[in-house]
Ligand binder design. Sequence first.
Ligand code: ADP
Ligand code: MG
Length: 325
Amino acid sequence: MDEFSFINSIKPSTYSQSSLLKGIGDDAAVFRADYRDVVTAVDTMVEDVHFSKATTEPYHIGYRCLAANISDLAAMGATPAYYMVSLVIPDRWSEEALQHIYNGMNQLAKSYRMDLIGGDTVSGEQLMLSITVFGYVTPGKSRMRSHARPGDVLFATGTLGDSRAGLALMLEEASISDRVAYDFFVRRHQLPEPRVAFAEELNGLDRLALNDISDGIASEANEIAEASQLSLHIDIEQLPVHPSMKQFNHYLDWVLNGGEDFELLGAVAEQDWPSVVKAAEITGVDVTKVGHVTERMKEAQVFLYEKGTRKRLDKSGYTHLKSDR
Ligand code: ADP
Ligand code: MG
């Protein structure tokens, strides 16, 4: 494969962002930030570690990797603007398959008016796709994990565990007879929708902690608890699940630990909860109160409540049945 013609083939013919000064075609890209804070994140996917060619089409590899990155921007309250792509390409991958990876990224990028402004292309043993994204946020309005406060309402968008269920269905580890539900779960795995518009709609709030649910709510709740040095309390019965989810044997494990739903977990002052509900309505996203935040109890940690009993929920999603220290 000729690297020069490949780069030419993926080079955008037009750009959407007005702050772009130089895209692909020089030693580096240049964009202007004006009076905004720049938010940046990188995510990498490796063949046979994060996806397998057998279950994931090249199109979905590109789509999901960019979606994971955009979700990180959403979780900071940022508006996506640019992305850069680093590729390690094995000989056995055809140029056509690589084009499909870019098609998947393009499709998603278009809906956010994001511009591809550069990258790097090298050959290697295993396909590796690494994407770096840039977004803008109003100065001081980044939604950090450390921003939770005692008395906050804890909320989650969408439904949880869907992506994991979709993967299980594709791998035939699980089955479901309802075709509509099958398609829903598989779609949630293949074409996740980062909650950008919802997070942007909350821009008016002074304070808000957000984390995107990429590893499972158990993990993300613990990250907020640690960063804020507080305790989080989650009511199992309030966790948002798709009506068909309960048909699966291990659905609770998927709801707590299933990754890549790319929903948002947030903590907000009780008085601002109505604004969150309104933002959800405006942007067509479901939002559910799942618990609350208190001062830390001995350690910063997460507690799970089920039918009046309390368990500790650790980062890996393991629930400590007896001790609730
Ligand atoms: P340099 O040698 O200066 O690093 P390259 O030949 O690697 O330049 O790249 C030329 C241009 O193409 C640069 O703008 C670079 O950012 C872009 N580019 C290279 N590989 C990719 C890729 N896989 N995806 C998107 N842009 C790329
Ligand atoms: Mg280079």
